[in-house]
Design a protein around this ligand. Structure first.
Ligand code: ZN
Length: 122
C-alpha cells in the first residue's frame, strides 16, 4: 500500500519537522543533522529534533513491511472502484490499522530505551 505508506511517512516527517523547528534556538547545542529519510521535508533536510534517535527510526522503519502484511486484511477501495467517500474511508481505516500494527510491533524497541521502560511511565 505505497500511497498510504507515503501519506503516513509524510505525516511523520511533517510532525518531526515541526518539532525540530520548535526546538531550534532553544538550547546552545548546534543543529544536528543525520541521514534519516524522514527528516527531508519537501526536499530540504531538517535538523534532527533533540530526542531524535536514528537507531530507533531505522529499527522502526524495518517493521513497515511486517506491519503492511498484518493489515493486508483491510480492503482498500481503489480509484474507480468506489465513491470518493468509500475510498477515503477505506484508506483511513488502513492507516489506523497500520498505525496500531506499527505501535504494537515497535513496543519491544521502546522497552529499555535509555534505561527506562515506557510501560512503567506514569
Ligand atoms: Zn536520524
Amino acid at each position: 500500500m505505497p500511497q498510504a505508506q507515503t501519506a503516513w511517512d509524510n505525516l511523520l516527517a511533517d510532525l518531526d519537522g515541526r518539532y525540530a523547528a520548535s526546538q531550534n534556538g532553544q538550547d546552545d547545542e548546534p543543529a544536528r543533522y543525520c541521514d534519516c529519510r524522514q527528516l527531508v521535508i519537501r526536499g530540504v533536510r531538517q535538523p534532527a529534533p533533540r530526542y531524535h534517535d536514528c537507531e530507533y527510526v531505522r529499527a522502526r522503519n524495518a517493521l513497515i513491511g511486517e506491519a503492511e502484511k498484518l493489515v493486508s486484511f483491510v480492503e482498500v477501495v481503489k480509484p474507480k472502484q468506489g465513491s470518493e467517500e468509500e475510498i477515503t474511508e477505506s484508506r483511513a481505516k488502513w492507516t489506523r490499522c497500520f498505525s496500531i500494527a506499527m505501535d504494537e510491533l515497535a513496543k519491544p524497541l521502546l522497552n529499555g530505551a535509555n534505561g527506562t521502560n515506557i510501560e512503567d511511565r506514569g
